[in-house]
Design a binder for this molecule. Structure first.
Ligand SMILES: [Zn+2]
Length: 126
């Protein structure tokens, strides 16, 4: 076996070793769904923000209008083109003129923010 061939074999094993370590590291990630749920919460919080914003715009344009039914401000050509989908399968209730939009799974946007703050303080010990 020549020196260069030996070296290329060695470097191949190093690469295989690094890949194996990376894969093992992924396999050892905690199996809790915290990461996914944080992302789902984030997406849901953003959806709630969009719904609330569409409702607010409709209310500004219809200050003396009826109860803000989602059909008035969510739909093609309206303030929000379509009702967003909660990644955790919750359904959205846009709420009334003075109440917050709510997800049946995550709650209101302030619930989402509170849960994220709690998760952050658990993760980073703040
Ligand atoms: Zn949700």
């Amino acid at each position: 076996m020549t020196l260069t061939r030996c070296f290329s074999n060695l470097s191949r094993w190093i690469v295989i070793g690094i890949v194996a370590l990376v894969l093992l590291g992924c396999a050892n990630e905690p199996r809790t769904s915290t990461r996914f749920e944080l992302t789902a919460e984030y997406v849901c919080g953003n959806n709630l923000r969009q719904i609330a914003q569409a409702k607010r715009y409709w209310i500004v344009d219809n200050p003396n209008g009826p109860y803000p039914h989602p059909d008035f401000f969510i739909g093609p050509g309206l303030y929000l083109p379509a009702m967003p989908k909660c990644p955790s399968g919750g359904t959205y209730n846009p709420g009334g003129r003075y109440s917050a939009a709510r997800c049946s799974f995550h709650g209101t946007r302030s619930d989402v923010r509170k849960a994220q703050r709690e998760a952050d303080s658990q993760q980073f010990g703040e």
